[in-house]
Design a protein around this ligand. Sequence first.
Ligand SMILES: [Fe+2]
Length: 425
Amino acid sequence: MQRSDLIQKYAAVRNVTHKICEPLQTEDYIVQPVPDVSPPKWHLAHTTWFFETMLLQKFSKQYTPHQSLYGYLFNSYYQSLGPRWDRQNRGTLSRPTVKEVFKYRSAIDERIAELVYEVPETDWDDFSSLMVLGLNHEQQHQELLVMDIKCILGLNPLYPSYLEQVQTANPALPVMEQKFIRFPGGLHEIGARGDGFYYDNEAPTHCVSVADFLLADRLVTNAEYLEFIEDGGYGEFRHWLADGWDFIQQNGISSPLFWRKVEGSWHEVTLSGLDKLIPENPVCHVSYYEADAFANWSGKRLPTEQEWEVAATTAGVDPSRGNFLDDNLLHPRSASAVAQDGLQPRQMLGDLWEWTGSAYLPYPGYRRQAGPLGEYNGKFMNNQMVLRGGCCATPRDHIRISYRNFFQPEKRWQFSGIRLADDPR
Ligand SMILES: [Fe+2]
């Protein structure tokens, strides 16, 4: 990539982060309502710390840190980069102020803009690939920012609005009947290929053997999930994994994270406040445990990540049609609102991350990189499940068919939904 193209891309990506924060009030930047949620101020500083640490400290001659303790405050989980402030206490810090964090961003942006033209040709490949990683890291945090803002506002009983109106369903369109598309089994190659950026956890490409399988042509809707609830789904241990059953008992869970019953009718917290639940929209903010229990109750199952990737590749799904951060809906659309070619499954890219039945494990031949970047993905490869496809808070140019997201099975503050799979009978 040319130097001018790289710095343009840098400015564009950094600017998206600022755009996401524009509707916030100063107080919204600071709070941490639950340990999983980081204050927006922390995201703004942490993504900046990443560029400062991985790029400026490595390539800039005689660089002195912007503030010597920011490394301690804004390092997320890199043990090789020293001690860190506790994640669960990120919301306890009133300083640095929001203003100071924005100044920190500007200062690092200025230094990066200079550095792009100072780096010698001999270091360019190394430098530019770290810059691209930093930009992808910032895009991951853009999605996290939206998730965290939704929790900060949505767990507040005033249900403040972030977006004027979340437009999600088109009542003129009929609810789409769920159909299952048959995909042929056999040996298939999966994993990231090509020259573009991908994370180390998407490689190496390798062959997998899958049997013939059926995949739903759309996501599970709120109406379908409501049937599960009304059928006593949360009260019947037979549908649940043992850990999932314990988790919902211990935490008093009986509906998706943002569902609220108001005067006898179901509502949903969205980024524009508390709205009536729209039955034809996809159910979202469910944990792996809930997705798996719903699939069991339906007499179906979740797809494996291999099946998901084979289906997406075979069908030729394309991010240009998906509902992503760029569309600024920040909520999944109903399947009827999605354009479709022939028997292509809808909503596979964008709308919601889809839980798969696959544990997050290294692909055959995967090796962690040396140094701090070896901590980016590899050390999380246990006790988490893979999700595929991106969501309405993912930047469109950040997603790929081979992209592997991962969360612990009880987490549900991410935009996660359910697509069913089945075996031909
Ligand atoms: Fe990060």
